[in-house]
Design a protein around this ligand. Structure first.
Ligand code: IMP
Ligand code: MG
Length: 181
């Protein structure tokens, strides 16, 4: 599989389109069962979560709002930076609302912890978290997602919204980036 001039950097497919589709549908059912009659506000983290978000929200049949917060920690590299910067603030009112935070991948946990602290200030009624991928072995702050798509190993992955230096987000599957990047 090639992907422009950077195609040779995909070492192998980790999660196929079909595997993702099946798991996202399962996540939707779990979340719906927990929400019951509550209408959620989904807060998705830019930019990596947008493909996941697009698939997730189409499984819901109740009223639902979503918004984005922008968070940046990686820059163009593949190891976490020390600083987490908020690059886009929330623009819907989540006070008294039931929030579901959606992110692509939980790694050290710093990004999600930062966002959860930021959201608390707005006094939501509840906050749950949903990540497509969890690299548990790399966690260094205590954050436990309420919903996890897949646990994966300590490998750098791209596709289905996730990038390396802003490439590969449009891949329909999730691939492992070759070493020597
Ligand atoms: P954390 O703050 O270390 O948990 O990092 C979480 C963020 O890092 C995610 O929202 C991703 O944007 C990014 N990230 C972590 N691992 C990967 C990866 O393997 N591929 C692409 N992005 C990643
Ligand atoms: Mg991200």
């Amino acid at each position: 599989m090639t992907h422009g001039s950077v195609g040779s950097r995909i070492e192998r497919v980790l999660l196929s389109e079909e595997a993702i589709r099946v798991r996202v549908a399962e996540l939707v059912e779990l979340i719906k069962a927990d929400l019951g009659e509550l209408d959620p506000v989904i807060v998705a983290l830019l930019k990596g979560s947008i493909v996941f978000l697009a698939d997730l929200i189409r499984g819901f049949d109740r009223p639902l709002a979503f918004d984005f917060v922008g968070v940046s920690s990686y820059g163009d590299g593949t190891s976490p930076g020390e600083e987490i910067a908020l690059t886009k603030e929330l623009s819907v009112d989540i006070a008294g609302r039931h929030v579901l935070v959606v992110d692509d991948i939980l790694d050290t946990g710093r990004t999600l912890r930062h966002v959860l602290r930021y959201l608390e200030v707005f006094r939501p009624a509840s906050v749950r978290t949903c990540v497509l991928l969890d690299k548990r072995a790399r966690r260094d702050v205590a954050v436990e997602p309420d919903y996890t798509g897949f646990e994966i190993g300590d490998e750098f992955v791209v596709g289905y919204g996730m990038d390396f230096a802003d490439h590969y987000r449009n891949l329909p599957y999730i691939g492992v980036l070759a070493q020597g990047r």
